[in-house]
Design a protein. Structure first.
Length: 425
């Protein structure tokens, strides 16, 4: 099988995430009938910062890394978005991810705009002490942009709760007091929310089950494949299995495993925690084919952008595709899927559970009053299902795909906020 190296472009015929994001915006603007000026305003990041990050390596040498923070839009509230550590991070990718965050927050009716950040580095090549120094220096460099009322970072690929704890501490030291609400996705012991770690996966599975029901598919008679076994993919596999779906294949950047009777997901999680990869799991065989092209009912790409593209779209067999990752499907693949009658649940809806519970975490942190896990889960589910109902209703009314309906809804909300505030000066 042709497994991809993490962070590398998946195929040569794929347009960049930024081109994809801009094409999606252009399509929504076309449906809404907006003029060129508003289109340009909605497509242009409001702030971008590129920073050099000098790092003292453990061997005493100095390396200079590059980091970014892009605030795409904040008409509806403070900017919000993850921080990615990966070897292919560049300004254009961060711009695309920031734009998607704007739409995601608007679609879920959260009082936020969109942002994203990242550092071009492969975290596997750095010690924990080096990653702490990189994170703290990056945080200091972007300090003027972030804050609980300005821009609130969260984890993404290659970052985690520990990264957020270092960012929160660095910001708090500079402020002179503890500011938990400057980041979300923190450990619970320093003001994180119960249920945040699993929120994206829970949200993906909530809409995946709604999508299966929409197609008349019963979970216990459904098979699924999940690409990516990290913070999002592992939880997706676990919650799908708990709902009765047979998760027959899972891939990470090192390889893929398969069991036609359904994988033992808790066992696979334990194996991955111990070895760093799904490869070699005793309860499965190595997958000889391309995971994305397996004959399953449900496919969840939960790794990187652009994996479903012109070169493989016509070989995808799954009837329902639920985007755990941001930007996994190119516009060319979307067309092939529409013609084949597949149901594609777009990223800005499907993986919004993370930012929904990030919002809950920010609200809890701002009020220093924490909710129970059950409260978080119930409110997350209600928000996800309300967004699902809204998007499917808009798609049916206007004859749009779910992606078009979701983007149109979100873009319209951002445009309304902008227009009612007016243009300064
Ligand atoms: P992560 O770093 O925790 O996990 C990424 C996983 O993908 C790993 O298992 C890695 O091995 C695998 N992977 C990487 N490249 C691959 C490839 N080419 N083929 C197969 N597997 C590959 O990251 P994450 O937080 O789980 O994020 C995954 C996706 O979900 C990203 O697109 C991210 O933007 C999106 N997302 C994450 C969150 C969140 O809360 N973490 C929220 C919304 C969206």
């Amino acid at each position: 099988m042709s497994l991809l190296v993490a962070g590398k472009a998946p195929a040569t015929d794929v347009s960049s995430p930024l081109e994809e994001a801009r094409a999606q915006l252009a399509a929504a603007v076309g449906v809404l009938g907006y003029g060129e000026g508003l289109h340009k305003l909605l497509g242009t990041p409001r702030r971008e910062l590129t920073v050099g990050i000098p790092l003292r390596r453990d061997d005493g040498s100095t390396e200079v890394l590059t980091g970014y923070r892009v605030q795409h839009n904040f008409s509806r509230g403070p900017a919000k978005g993850g921080v990615r550590y990966a070897p292919n991070v560049d300004l254009d990718e961060v711009r695309a991810l920031a734009m998607w965050m704007t739409w995601k927050c608007a679609l879920l009716d959260l009082p936020y705009g969109g942002a994203k950040g990242g550092i071009t580095l492969d975290p596997r090549n750095y010690s924990k002490a080096e990653l702490e120094r990189v994170t703290r220096r990056y945080t200091s460099e972007i300090l003027p942009l972030i804050g609980p009322e300005r821009d609130i970072p969260a984890p993404d690929i290659g970052t985690d709760e520990q990264t957020m704890a270092w960012m929160m501490d660095t910001y708090s030291v500079a402020s002179g007091y503890t500011v938990p609400a400057v980041v979300t996705g923190k450990p619970v012991s320093v003001g994180g929310s119960l249920g945040r770690a699993s929120a994206t996966s829970r949200g993906v599975v909530t809409v995946a089950l709604a999508a299966l029901a929409h197609r008349g598919l019963k979970p216990e008679r459904t098979t699924a494949a999940v690409q990516g076994f990290g913070k999002v993919g592992a939880g997706v596999a676990r919650f799908l299995a708990e709902a009765g779906v047979a998760v027959v294949a899972v891939a990470d950047q090192y390889g893929a495993v398969h069991n036609s009777a359904g994988l033992d997901i808790p066992g696979l999680e334990a194996h991955t925690a111990a070895t760093g990869s799904v490869v070699g799991f005793a309860g499965a065989e190595a997958l000889a084919e391309e995971l994305l092209e397996l004959d399953v009912d449900l496919l969840v790409p939960a790794a990187v952008e652009g994996v479903l593209n012109e070169s493989n779209a016509h070989r995808i067999k799954a009837e329902v595709i639920v985007e755990g990752a941001n930007g996994p499907t190119t516009a060319a693949a979307d067309k092939v899927f529409a013609a084949a009658g597949k149901l594609v649940v777009p990223d800005i809806l499907a993986n919004a559970g993370g930012v929904v519970v990030s919002y809950f975490e920010w609200v809890q942190g701002s009020n220093a009053y924490w909710w129970s896990a059950a409260e978080v889960e119930d409110r997350l589910k209600a928000r996800m299902l309300a967004a699902w109902d809204g998007v499917t209703a808009t798609a049916a009314e206007r004859g749009l795909s779910l992606r078009e309906a979701a983007t149109v809804t979100a873009v319209q909300r951002v445009a309304e906020a902008h227009q009612i505030r007016g243009l300064y000066p």
